[in-house]
Design a binder for this molecule. Structure first.
Ligand SMILES: [Zn+2]
Ligand SMILES: [Zn+2]
Length: 667
């Protein structure tokens, strides 16, 4: 699997994730429900979206993006409402704290923020009065008036506002917009005034503040943010707000946030004893507790079964390799930033691997291959290490060590489409199994200007492989969007975005079509004509990393794993001590059957025992009292609230085994 920053989530910043756009395109009903994780789209870049997919068949509503009203977030009314609300908030803040220096205030996913250099700290309670004042300003029905000015005029307007003056310098020189993002052309400098507030701004806004619904805005939080995102700069105060079209939309959003909070994998991970971090071990290096270990084992068992059926071969590779290997692969120096520094021994530098690909390439290349041997599918749950800044680590979503559901598939060009679709089918099987109803793939393409710099300089192969992937996705009816200038160094990639049960969005994994690395490693096969050819390589990781996927599953299921994935299938609860022996007997009998079982023989009362099993979200409780013991029966309490009293143990065993072996989602 290739190194990809888009695997890692970020808090919403001034950037707008492509996910947001897709959310609106694909399903208006969930718009606004994705909030925490947004796939970065490259350094400070707005998402470059192609308008629909070329060459798409007509009348395929399911996959066709171009047949739907595709509206970019930047063009939407919500974007304008939020941007305008940021102005109104800045005005209110300046009224309360006239000494404030203000910097930038863009709309973001689900809302907006403004960064202030405040003369005094503000606390959450202050947001109330700012919000109240915002409503008054909105009621004033002020028009947003644009004025194009010279840099000199702009400097006069923003005298004493150092951040604005710096931005004006950037605008004047060209190359940077008013948010400090790179800009191709030298922009005009424009101001927007509404009521008493003037901002350095390109728009767009609503026409008057009346178009902001005062009952659909809310100030959410306060955070620290470095000026221009640079830790050497001053820390400013960022106030986040959210704004919607209607109070109902706001209400739904807040409800979703509430629900998401309860499902936060960091909270559930702790409560359900899935993983911990230890200071001495180090940040971003999760320790999987026994419960987490079970979930991981189950996922690996699943992957191995699926991959075995699909003809994968399992390999194993070390965690370290010599510098040469990563120079060879092109990851040094291009990705050195994401790698741990080398360790030197016997005069040779070694790196912990940030990915498994080069080692799999070596395995492929370890003997001569014929076209008859292909496709060759090498799979490994490989452990990789990537350096992430400590400030950017986040629960299980952004970590420094990760175990990846990795595989590399070496194919001839003729085999590509079929094999690629087999990979997509594998994804779909997993999505079915986990009840992931909504997903989108993004085909990330190169751009011509980047050839030879950002991208391998072979336009013919770029166009060809891109078209191969596009055709395969269209033929396979896979929902996808395209993005230019988002590819990886050595080939087009497909980012997979999934939505959890409550509509929260996750970047799952990046698949890649690689036409360059096999060549770098001199990988070859003998074709039908007896001539050596270079295979294509598909990198894929449908189950992502254990870290990311378990994090996702925790939130998706709210900790209520289906029976087969539950760390503990059954908890036996003897009502009083005399039943302890029977309880233990049940435990050994169920374990014999491969059912993960324990008995709560503590001194607690029955209700407390039930409560603690419920807290751990154990799917089945078997309560045994005097009667059950005598009759060799159990009283079953299911996590979903249903129960079946006095059933034969054998009957329960059949039910549990059925759910487990079928990986059923029913209880
Ligand atoms: Zn790879
Ligand atoms: Zn503006």
């Amino acid at each position: 699997m290739p190194l990809s920053k888009s695997e890692t989530p970020r808090f919403a910043t001034g950037k707008i994730g492509w996910n947001r756009v897709i959310a609106q395109v694909l399903s208006p009903r969930i718009s606004g429900e994705s909030f925490l994780f947004s796939a970065p789209t490259g350094a400070n870049a707005m998402p470059p979206f192609s308008k629909g997919n070329q060459g798409e068949p007509e009348g395929e509503e399911e996959i066709s993006m171009s047949n739907q009203a595709e509206e970019r977030y930047e063009d939407s009314i919500l974007y304008r409402i939020r941007h305008s609300a940021a102005h109104v908030m800045a005005q209110a803040v300046l009224e309360f704290y006239p000494e404030t220096k203000y910097s930038i205030g863009p709309p973001v996913e689900n809302g907006f923020y403004y960064d202030f250099d405040l003369p005094q700290p503000v606390v959450l309670e202050d947001l109330e009065k700012i919000e109240k004042r915002m409503r008054q300003i909105i009621a004033g029905g002020h028009t947003f008036v644009k004025k194009v000015v010279s840099a000199e005029e702009a400097r006069q307007v923003f005298k004493g506002q150092p951040y604005k003056l710096e931005l004006i310098d950037g605008l004047e020189k060209g190359g940077l917009d008013e948010y400090g993002n790179p800009l191709a052309e030298k922009p005009e400098i424009s101001l927007y005034q509404s009521d008493t507030f003037t901002d350095l701004c390109r728009g767009p806004h609503v026409e008057t503040t009346r178009q902001i619904n005062p009952s659909a805005i809310k100030l959410m939080s306060i955070a620290g943010a470095y000026w221009r995102g640079d830790e050497h700069n001053k820390m400013l105060t960022r106030i986040y707000g959210t704004a919607w079209r209607t109070p109902d939309e706001l209400k739904n959003y807040l409800k979703m946030l509430e629900e998401a909070k309860a499902r936060d994998h960091r909270k559930l991970g702790k409560e359900l004893e899935i993983y911990i971090y230890d200071e001495e071990v180090g940040p971003g290096l999760p320790l999987w507790l026994p419960h987490g270990g079970v979930v991981i084992e189950e996922l690996e068992r699943l992957a191995k079964e699926m991959e075995e059926k699909a003809g994968y071969l399992r390999v194993r590779t070390p965690h370290l390799a010599k510098e040469d290997l990563f120079v060879h692969s092109g990851h040094l120096p291009y990705y050195a930033e994401s790698m741990y520094p080398p360790m030197e021994i016997e005069g040779v530098k070694y790196y912990v691997k940030p990915m498994n690909c080069p080692m799999h390439h070596k395995i492929y290349g370890s003997k001569p291959r014929s076209y008859r041997d292909l496709p060759i599918r090498l799979a490994e749950y490989g452990t990789c290490y990537r350096y992430e800044k400590s400030g950017e680590l986040f629960g299980l979503m952004r970590v420094r060590s990760m175990q990846m559901n990795d595989a590399h598939i070496y194919v001839t060009e003729d085999q590509f489409e079929e094999e690629f679709m087999a990979v997509i089918d594998l994804y779909k099987k997993y999505f079915d199994l986990f009840g992931i109803e909504k997903f989108v793939m993004r085909l990330s393409l190169h751009n011509k200007e980047g050839l030879g710099k950002k991208y391998v300089d072979n336009e013919r192969l770029w166009l060809k492989t891109e078209e191969m992937v596009r055709r395969a996705m269209i033929n396979g009816k896979v929902p996808f969007v395209e993005a230019t200038n988002e590819a990886a160094f050595y080939g087009p990639k497909v980012d997979v975005q999934i939505w959890s049960a409550i509509g929260k969005e996750f970047t799952l994994a990046t698949n890649q079509v690689d036409f360059a690395q096999p060549g770098r490693f001199n990988l070859a096969f003998m074709n039908k004509e007896g001539v050596e050819e270079t295979p294509l390589c598909i990198h894929r990781a449908p189950l992502s990393t254990h870290e990311r996927f378990v994090g996702f599953l925790l939130e998706h299921y709210a900790g209520n794993f289906p029976v087969w994935l539950s760390p503990e299938h059954v908890r036996v609860i003897p009502i009083t001590d005399p039943q302890n022996e029977y309880a233990e007997k049940i435990v050994s009998q169920l374990r014999e059957e491969g059912i993960r079982t324990s008995a709560d023989t503590s001194a607690q009362r029955m209700n407390a025992k039930i409560r603690s099993a419920q807290l751990m979200k154990v799917p089945y409780m078997l309560v045994v009292g005097e009667n059950e013991t005598k009759a060799g029966q159990v009283s079953l309490r299911v996590r979903d609230g249903s129960r079946a009293d006095n059933i034969p143990l054998a009957e329960f065993i059949i039910r549990a085994k059925d759910r487990i072996t079928k990986r059923s989602s029913t209880m």
